[in-house]
Each structure stands twice: as C-alpha cells, then as structure tokens.
Design a binder for this molecule. Structure first.
Ligand SMILES: C[S@@+](CC[C@H](N)C(=O)[O-])C[C@H]1O[C@@H](n2cnc3c(N)ncnc32)[C@H](O)[C@@H]1O
Length: 229
C-alpha cells in the first residue's frame, strides 16, 4: 500500500515512521510519504490559508493551495484523481473510523490523506477533490496530523507482515472473529497477586472451555456488564 499524507507538518511523522509495526510494514514494501502543502503553494511566502468569507475567527486552508499540492504529487487534475484512489479529508464531522472502515481502507492499494489545520478546509476541497471525510471521533483536535496517524496506524498494522504475530490482528476488539464485540480479558503471571486470582479456567489447559469462556467474556464486555470478580 502507498499512503500519501498531505500536511503542513511532515516532521510530525518522523516518530511514527520509526515504530516497529510501521518499520515492518515498510520492509514488506508498503510506503508512507508526506507531502508539504507549502512546498508547492502558488502564494507568496509559503502562504497556505486565508481568512473566512463572511467573517469569523481563524484561518481556512485554501483550495488553490491544496489543488497545487495534489497536482504536484500526482500530475493530474485532482478532480479526476478521486476516480482512481481514495482521497480522504480528515475532518471531525466525517464518517467515524471503526473496525469496518479500517478493514475497508486496508484493502486499498493506495490512500491519500489530507490534514486540515486552523478552521479546516475550504469546502470546495472536500466537495471536489475528496472521496470522503473521515473523523477519529466526535471531538476536535488541533490538526489532521494525529488523526492521520491514527488511520495509518490502524491500517498498517492490518497489513501482512506488520505485526510480529499475525494472529494478533485477527481476534481483536470489534473484529469479525469476535462478532464485532470487544476482546476478552487477558492475564499473565503471576497467577495470584495481592489475592487477585486469574480465572481458574485460563489455568486449566482445557482449550475448548477457554474458548467458550473468552467468547462469553467478549459478549459480556459488549453489553457493558461488570467483569470477572
Ligand atoms: C481545529 S480543527 C478544525 C475544526 C473545525 N473548525 C470544526 O469545528 O469542525 C483543524 C483540523 O484538524 C483535523 N481534525 C480535528 N479534529 C478531528 C477529528 N476528530 N477527526 C479528524 N480530523 C480532525 C481536521 O483536519 C481539521 O480540519
């Protein structure tokens, strides 16, 4: 997979690139490139934003600046680009990221993520260049960089080779393997700590009973009912 992140702050992603599962994904041929809106802005002195028509606080990312950045990267009219790859604007009011969407995105050969800043995007950007808007939740953070990293993290760890243990990504919270429910509780040594005991079934070595217990716990967590005493 090729992921392109358009941002005003490419260095934010330096740390992310060094994380083990991301390094593993790169080793398997996947790529994450950052494109700086300022590098191709047609405006003077690296300007990328402007005051909102109609007044109000903050600055808005300009449509001509984003068009120039997309053209510089893909060498085509960005209106047509979205016919052949998903161009996603990070936006608080977009479709909220969940396991289903992560799976969908992980199946794509390429993704383009547009990070907003300040007041966000000129609406003509999302209307004409993007396939969709994606939110990491119903709250607002300062820019699209952390949301983009959340998307990249969730997607890259789904790709073969990213995790040391492939099974880790199969039976996970909200996965199909768990019927969309949260994952069951985990325990490790010591088996007793300050009188807090690991459930006996997990020490029994009885695989079928353990499987049934985990499935039941996963369902229980899905209902929000209290956990094992
Ligand atoms: C300060 S926010 C703009 C918020 C906007 N004025 C509003 O009220 O919806 C700047 C940028 O951060 C990103 N952002 C903030 N919160 C987000 C969220 N929950 N999900 C995805 N992106 C988000 C978007 O790219 C957004 O354009």
């Amino acid at each position: 997979m090729q992921i392109d992140v358009f941002t005003l702050f490419p260095p934010w992603f330096d740390w992310f690139r060094g994380q083990r599962h991301v390094v593993n994904a790169f080793a398997h041929g996947h790529r994450l490139d950052c494109v700086d809106y300022r590098a191709s802005t047609p405006l003077k002195a690296g300007q990328v934003d402007d005051t909102p028509f109609g007044g109000g606080a903050g600055m808005v990312l300009r449509v001509d600046v984003v068009e120039a950045a997309l053209r510089a990267r893909y060498d085509e009219d960005p209106v047509g680009l979205r016919q052949r790859r998903r161009v996603i604007a990070l936006s608080p009011e977009g479709r909220v990221l969940d396991d289903e969407l992560v799976e969908e995105l992980a199946a794509e050969p390429a993704l383009t993520l547009l990070c907003g800043r300040y007041e966000g995007f000129d609406e003509r950007i999302t209307e004409n260049f993007c396939t969709e808007k994606l939110s990491i939740g119903r709250y607002v953070v300062a820019g699209g960089e952390l949301p983009a990293m959340v998307v990249c993290d969730a997607v890259l760890r789904r790709l073969p080779g990213a995790l040391g243990h492939e099974a880790s990504a199969v039976e996970e919270s909200f996965s199909r393997a768990l019927d969309g429910e949260p994952e069951y509780p985990h325990y490790t040594r010591p088996a007793v700590w300050r009188g807090w005991r690991v459930p006996d079934v997990l020490l029994s070595g009885h695989h079928e009973r353990i499987r049934q217990w985990r499935a039941a716990e996963s369902r229980r967590r899905g209902t929000g009912a209290p956990g094992p005493a």
